[in-house]
Design a protein around this ligand. Structure first.
Ligand code: PGA
Length: 251
């Protein structure tokens, strides 16, 4: 991690949780103070967002896992950025690979959602990443740069409210983590892309997280890479291991 960027650890609970298990997660997150120099954001299913926001100290951020690109209206089943703000949460995850590949969200839609969420005053964890077949075909750069362009086109002057999460799809939920070198290589390419296509300042300041089977055993090695500014953690964010992963920001 480069010293000018605050380490950031996000926990994406996905479609997991009951009132009981949410209370258990809140208990291990609040057992002892978390490092003050690391940003921690957890992302419960939308139904639990207000509950978690009310229970956690303000120092821990809360994110929704998705939202739509309109403020309100006839969009059955959707929630808006304005609603997320209204219940006190600060962040939203957009473009997660499960939204892209299981629910067919396109680069265009994700870009529009990012723009709307930022304009509504939410901060965004914007996810990108290639499929295994794309990596094997040598298309990683092409795919992630295209995803980045659709996001960047909607960010405008709001880069300080954006965190990028590079999550190779083949590493998500598979137990197959990218090596620290593989992660670092792509993060450098992304930073170069930001430099060329946005600005040098944005390239230096924007946090780029790694996601995909991060666990208590591999977090420190990944986090030591100069361009890995934190993690987006799925499965392991439901367990006390998440606290070990957060502390890996100090490794
Ligand atoms: P995982 O998920 O840590 O369970 O691989 C990461 C993510 O989907 O953000």
């Amino acid at each position: 991690m480069a010293s000018e960027r605050r380490f950031f650890v996000g926990g994406n609970w996905k479609m997991n949780g009951t009132k009981k298990s949410v209370d258990e997660i809140i208990a291990f997150l609040t057992k002892e103070p978390l490092p003050a120099d690391i940003d921690v954001v957890v992302s419960p299913p939308a139904l639990y967002v207000p509950y978690v926001r009310d229970k956690l100290p303000k120092g821990i951020g809360v994110a929704a896992q998705n939202c739509y690109k309109e403020t309100k209206g006839a969009f059955t089943g959707e929630i808006s950025a304005e609603m997320i703000k209204d219940v006190g949460a600060e962040w939203v995850i957009l473009g997660h690979s499960e939204r892209r590949h299981k629910f067919g969200e396109t680069d265009e839609l994700i870009g529009e959602k990012v723009g709307h969420a930022l304009n509504s005053g939410l901060k965004v964890i914007a996810c990108i990443g290639e499929l295994l077949s794309e990596r094997e075909a040598g298309k990683t750069e092409e795919v992630i740069f295209k995803q980045m362009k659709f996001i960047a086109d909607h960010v405008g002057g709001n880069w300080s409210s954006v965190v990028i999460a590079y999550e190779p799809v083949w590493a998500i939920g598979t137990g197959k983590t990218a090596t620290p070198e593989q992660a670092q290589q792509v993060h450098v390419q992304l930073r170069e892309w930001l430099k060329k296509n946005v600005s040098v300042d944005v390239a230096i300041q924007t946090r780029i997280l790694y996601g995909g089977s991060v666990n208590a055993g591999n977090a420190a090695d990944l986090g030591r890479q100069g361009d890995v500014d934190g993690f987006l953690v799925g499965g392991a964010s439901l367990k006390p291991d998440f606290v070990t992963i957060i502390k890996a920001g100090h490794a």
